[in-house]
Design a protein around this ligand. Sequence first.
Ligand SMILES: [Zn+2]
Length: 393
Amino acid sequence: MSRVFTADWVLPVEGPPIEAGAVVVEDGRIVAVGPTDDLGEGTRYDDAVIVPGFVNAHSHLEYAVYAGFGDGLGDFAEWITLHIQRKDRIGWNEYVDVAKLGAAQSLASGVTTVGDCSYSGATAVACAELGLRATVYLEVFGSDPSRALEHFAAIRDRAGDAFSERVRPGVSPHAPYSVSIELYEACAELGLPIATHISESRSEVQYLLTGTGAWGGYKDLLVPAPGKTGTHLLAEHDLLGQNVVAAHCVVLDEDEIGLLASTGTGVAHCPRSNGALGCGVAPLAELRAAGARVGVGTDSPASAPSFDFFEELRSVVLSARARAAPSVSTERSARSFPESGQTSPSCPSRARRIYPGRTPPGQWCSEGRPIACLQRTSTGKRATRKEGWIGKS
Ligand SMILES: [Zn+2]
């Protein structure tokens, strides 16, 4: 069955914006994109723009109600120790409920795919139920690979029915300060997509290099300092690569930027989270100039204010330009992120464009959520609010 959706504008990314545009969907595939005059009126969305669904490259949906408790804390070390205490007090049912809220907020913000790091595995259940495409990276911590992988198997089993072609499992060795290199290697042997946190804060890098600084007081929560940064450590053990997404990457030197780019490692850039925790601004322009694959992530309300992807995208541009990087602009970013933002095997760049005939089954349209429809605010000036999904049958 063929359906036509039309709006004031269609932004295909694959080509120039189309005023009074239309998208034709047939049997779960986009078959035509063009002017309404050529393709017909179909279902009309007034004061709206049709865009590709967003891919949130780094989230923690199960922290949707954390309400930015990191705001105003003295150091990242203070935040993460409080975070560890809090998450152990939450039960499975609560995690599922909170993750559903996070998934709903993501969908409402135009996100159709997430790369989510999940402590409990509840994100998989939430995404399966709400129809959000996901790679759910189940988190592991510590020094002992066999103990950590037992935990991994247990949370994978608990969420087992939720995994499918649309909600795929991954593994997240949390960070080089909380995970031993042996556990990283054991995770790599699983053959799953990997997400980790790298160089989020200066104090973490200081700990990794010297075992001292603000993190020195929390050694019982950490693995021994390896004497090198996370990027160098993982590169030396051949643990960077195209199946790896590194979240944050704020504190990087030139060599590390080169390593991330040359290994094809995905970088999930989370400017609002980094700002809220006082971690700094990632060198976005330098990463992109080096050819790194950079995507955008909201992180979660444990640090960032919300899952609002539009706010995150604004912060991407503004924080980069605040670092005097005029090469990062709204239009250039809109055009280039779909190309370079393929940070995960589950987030193919073609899923971020609207073009006919080439949408494979199971990528865009099979769940009835092929494209986001953004509707204007009451001021009528900017397409900042979203209402519903086109293609839902
Ligand atoms: Zn994270």
